[in-house]
Every structure is written in C-alpha cells, then in structure tokens.
Design a protein around this ligand. Structure first.
Ligand code: SAH
Ligand code: AVI
Length: 318
C-alpha cells in the first residue's frame, strides 16, 4: 500500500559540487542520513531505551492533542520531515473526528518515510485526504504554499535542533512569513538536561545510532559513485557543553584518500572527524530568543513532567 508521491528532488550537478565543498570542510549534509535504510534505522532509534525524545514527545501529544485541536480550527496539516508520522497520528485522528474534510500533507526527503507516513495515516480512514511530497524542506516549502485553508505546520521530533542558530532563524522566519493570520506552527524541541542522559541517547548500547551514522557513507557512495569504506570509520557522538549540542562525527581510523572525481580527492588523516549532524538542546531563554528573532509568538506550551521536551503552538507576528 502506498500513496502517490510528488517528487521535487531531481539530482543536480550543483548538489555534487556542494557535497565536495562540504567534504573539504569535513562535513556531510545531514539530509544524506535518510535513505530507505536510514529511515528504517531512525525508526529503530526511536524505539531504543536511550532515545527518550520520541516517547516523551509522543506522551505530550497523546495528552494534549484533543486540547490543541479543540482550540484551533485547522483544515490542513502540513508536516515537514514527517518520518513515519506515528506521533502525528493522534493529532490527525482528533482533527478528523471533528472535520471529515481535513487534509494532511507530508513533505519529506525520504520516500521510505513518506510511505510509512501514508500507511500510518491511511488507517485512520480511507476518506482522509493525504498528499505526499518528496522534497527538501530547506528549499521546497514555498512551492507548496497554495492552500487558502487554515493550516497547521508541524515540525516535530526536535528536527529544528539539527539546524545551527542562523539556519533555524532563517527557516522559522521563512515559515512565519508564509503563515497567515489563522495558521499555526506546532514545534517540538528537545531541552537541556543531564548530560549523561543526552549522550546515551546518541550512543545506544545496541549500536543502532552507530549504524544510522555510518549509513550516510553508503548513501553518498550510491548517489555520487564514491568509495567510502565504513569500516575505516568510528561513530562518535559527543556533547559540546558550550554550544549545548550533540555533535555526531565519523572519525577516520586511518590515513586515507577518497577519490571524488578525476581531478578531486578527499584526504583524511587518522583521527580526522567528519561532522554528520548537530542536535541542539534548548533552554527556555534560548527558545524565547529564537522565536522572537523568527517573528513567532507562543500561543501555548506543553511539557512533560521532567521538562525533557517541549511542544510549542506558535503564531506568526509578521
Ligand atoms: N518528525 C519525525 C521524524 C524526524 S527524523 C519524528 O519526529 O519522529 C527527520 C525527518 O526529516 C526524516 O524523516 C528525514 O527523512 C526528514 N528530513 C531530513 N532532512 C530533510 C530535508 N532537508 N528535507 C526534507 N526532509 C528531511
Ligand atoms: C531527527 N533528529 C531530530 C534526530 C536527533 O535526535 O537529532 C536524528 C538523530 N540522530 C541521531 N539519533 C537521532
């Protein structure tokens, strides 16, 4: 069972150049974590004992979806980076109970995620209108801004934490400018807490995060005909206390040269680290400042008892 996917991800020569420039800075864009296997591994991470984020956010949603849906009259949900939509389900189900004409749109870079999302939401009802868009939320949001119905944007799972501050402000401001008077953004954010709890979420004992991280090499190998050997790398996820962020790296075990094209190669020394992802953890003060800079204001805030994770219902102040 799968829905029709509208694709916006044609491969361009500039993507290859961008990847090379990124590799020269010892970075791989985070979006390459998510191919078919990457999306499956991410789902497995969500079920690990250590990865508290998903179950905490799910509990918050389970408890508050009714209140959210009751307070805001939404015709259309537009989820960015939906993954499997397992958490979103309860929200859409509540909305569908009230309004059978409710519409759900998912924009995700991974086909696997879109298919999982379709499966998850289709079983609410065959009548639920579902649109799937394979695209990059950093590039393609504007092109799907065609609806005149009241819309709730969903950006869950603390994916905003995968952006540095400048990118987060740019992304959220863009959303705020697109949002109309009656639109909302529901944003999930992971909070600063005991460092050991955070670190173990990215270093699970069964090595699923390690596989997820190393899979990024298979993704770029396949996409750009490269020959990274994952056995020559070590998974490293450390907490940068100053920046309050997890930094996920692949550390080279050896001195190595990876051919990129006839004229270009990537050189790595033993111990060199390639950054694959940052995952920022937020304070209330930091969030207030982020929202202000991004032309957003808080309508409602939902937390768990331990204050591990927060869900914000935001409005545009543009
Ligand atoms: N929101 C879900 C999934 C989070 S994982 C949850 O809370 O569990 C991040 C999701 O964003 C993945 O499904 C991944 O495929 C998607 N993603 C990552 N980078 C993206 C990009 N640049 N554009 C669109 N989707 C992206
Ligand atoms: C999608 N994103 C918010 C996850 C995170 O926690 O930063 C991705 C992830 N990386 C490693 N584990 C999970």
């Amino acid at each position: 069972m799968s829905g029709t996917i509208n694709s916006k991800t044609a491969e361009k020569k500039s993507d290859r150049n961008r990847l090379f420039l990124s590799l020269k800075e010892k970075k791989i864009p985070t979006k390459y974590l998510y191919d078919e296997l990457g999306s499956k591994l991410f789902e497995k991470i969500c079920d690990t004992e250590e990865y508290y984020l998903t179950r905490t956010e799910k509990n918050i949603l389970d408890k508050n979806s009714y209140e959210i849906i009751k307070t805001v009259k939404i015709k259309e949900f537009f989820e960015l980076g939906s993954g499997s939509s397992k958490k979103t389900r309860v929200l859409i189900k509540e909305a569908f109970k009230i309004n059978k004409n409710v519409r759900y749109i998912s924009l995700d870079i991974s086909r696997k995620a879109l298919n999982m999302s379709f499966k998850e939401l289709r079983n609410i009802s065959k009548k639920l209108e579902i649109h799937l868009i394979e695209g990059d939320f950093l590039k393609d949001i504007k092109s799907v801004n065609k609806s005149s119905d009241t819309r709730m944007y969903l950006f869950l799972g603390s994916t905003i934490g995968n952006f540095d501050n400048a990118l987060a402000v740019k992304f959220l401001s863009k959303l705020s400018k697109i949002m109309r008077k009656d639109d909302f953004l529901l944003l999930g954010v992971d909070k600063v807490k005991d460092i050991d709890i955070i670190k173990s979420a990215y270093n699970d004992k069964n090595g699923i995060t390690e596989k997820f991280n190393k899979n990024i090499l298979s993704v770029i190998n396949k996409k750009y005909s490269l020959d990274f050997n994952k056995n020559n790398f070590i998974h490293s996820a450390v907490f940068n206390e100053k920046k309050k962020q997890i930094e996920m790296y692949l550390m080279s075990k050896i001195n190595q040269k990876i051919k990129f094209s006839d004229k270009d190669s990537v050189y790595l020394n033993k111990g060199d680290k390639i950054l694959t992802e940052i995952s920022r953890k937020f304070t209330d003060k930091g969030l207030r400042s982020l929202f202000k800079q991004s032309l957003l204001s808080i309508n409602k805030e939902f937390n768990d008892e331990k204050n591990f994770f927060s869900l914000y219902l935001l409005e545009s102040t543009k």
